[in-house]
Design a protein around this ligand. Sequence first.
Ligand SMILES: C[S@@+](CC[C@H](N)C(=O)[O-])C[C@H]1O[C@@H](n2cnc3c(N)ncnc32)[C@H](O)[C@@H]1O
Length: 434
Amino acid sequence: MNARRTAFDVLRQVTAEDSYANLALAKRLATAGLDARDAGLVTELVAGTCRSMGTYDAILEEAAGRKLSSLQPAVVDLLRLGAHQILGMRLKKYAAVGATVDLARATVGQRVTGVVNAVLRKVAARDLDGWLDLLAEGEDRIGALAVRGRHPHWIVEAYAEVLPADELEAALTANNVSPQPTLVVRPGLADLGDLDGATPTRFSPFGATVAGSPADQEAVRQGRVGVQDEGSQLVAWALARTPAPEGPWLDTCAGPGGKAALLTGLAREAGTWLLASEAQEHRARLVRQALAGYPDGAAVIAADGTAPAWDRAFARVMVDVPCSGLGALRRRPESRWRRSPADVAALGQLQRDLLRRAIDSTVDGGVVAYVTCSPHRAETVDVVDDVLAERPQARRLHAPDALPDVPDCSLGDDVQLWTHRHGTDAMYMSLIRC
Ligand SMILES: C[S@@+](CC[C@H](N)C(=O)[O-])C[C@H]1O[C@@H](n2cnc3c(N)ncnc32)[C@H](O)[C@@H]1O
C-alpha cells in the first residue's frame, strides 16, 4: 500500500500540477523511506502509467462508457494506476483491481470505490492486445501504429515524415523503454580507466556505461565524468572535428552544460577555449557547475543568444536550440501526452533567430552545428532551409562525414540519430560552413 500510495501522490503532482514525473518521483523517493523493491515498484507504476497515459485514458473511457472529464481528477489517476497494473504489469488482474480499490478508499474515500471497482473490472475483462485491437479498429496505418505504440497520432505522423515506414514501429517501441544512463569522460579531466567496470559505448570515444548508479563512481562525484546521452556527445564531437579556422568556440544555448563541458575539453585539446552562453541565469549557474572541473578554460555568461551578446566572431559555434524534445521521449514518460503541435510551431521563430545569430557570430570559413533533440522536420530541416535561404554565403556541409563510424545517420546532408538504430536520443544536427 505504501508504494501504491506514493505512486498515486506522485501521479497527482504530474497531472494536477504539471510536474515532471522523473523529478517528482526522485524527490518523493528521497524521503519516502521505501526499500529498493518498493522504490522500484513506485518507479514502474509512475513511469509506466505516464508513458501510456493517453492509451489508458482511451481504454478507460471505453470501459467506463463515459468521458474521463466527467470523473473527479483524483479518481481518474486511480483508474490510470489500476489500468497500468492490470494491463502493463505482470500482476494478477483481480489482485490489482482490489489493491486499487483499497487505495481509492484510503485516498479519495469510500464513496468512489464502487466506480473504481466497476471500471477496472471491465478493463480486466480483456488483455492489453485485446484493448489495442479494439482501439485500432477503423484507424488508418498511422493511427493503428499510434495506438499500438502508445504515442499521440501527431507524433507518429512527424516520425513518419523522416523515417522509412518499416522502421516506425521499432522507433515507437524504443521510446517505451527507459534508458540506462550513459557517462561522458571529459577530455583532459579523466579517462575510461577512472571508472569502475566501464563498458565503452558504441560510437562516442568519450562514452561509457557502468553497472550500478553513476553516483557511486568517484570520478562522477568529482565532476571529471558526467552523465550525458551518447547522441549529445556525438554532435559535440562532430562539431569539434569538422575542419575550421583556429580561434575560440561558442555554445549559444549552453544550459545545463552537458555539451559545453565536452566542447570545453575538446577546445582545450585544440589549444583554444569555449564561451558558454545561456539565456536563463539559473541555467547558466548549472553550466558553471558542469564546467567547474576546467577552472582556467571556461567562460560562462547569461545572455540572449538572439541578441548581440558578444563583440567577436568564433571559429566553431554550437546552437543547441530549445525544442519539443520529441527525440528524448524515452526519458520523460509524461511528455508525449503533454506536448502538442502548437508547441512545435511556437518554437519556430526562436529557433530561426538563434540560428541566424549563430551564423552571424561565426568567422568566415567557420562552422555552426545546429542541433535539436527532436526529429520533427519543423524544428530541424525546415529551420535550416529557411535560414540558409536568407544567408547565401553560408553552405550546408554533408554532416554524416563528421561521424564516419556511425551507420545510417544521414537525413539528406544532415545527421539524424535514432534510438532504435543507434541507442541514442533522436538528435538532429546540421553542419553549416559560414
Ligand atoms: C536544448 S537546451 C540546451 C542543452 C545544452 N546544450 C546541453 O547540452 O546541456 C536549450 C537551452 O537554450 C536556452 N535558451 C532558450 N532561449 C534562449 C535564448 N534566446 N538564448 C540563449 N539560450 C536560450 C534554454 O534555457 C535551454 O537551456
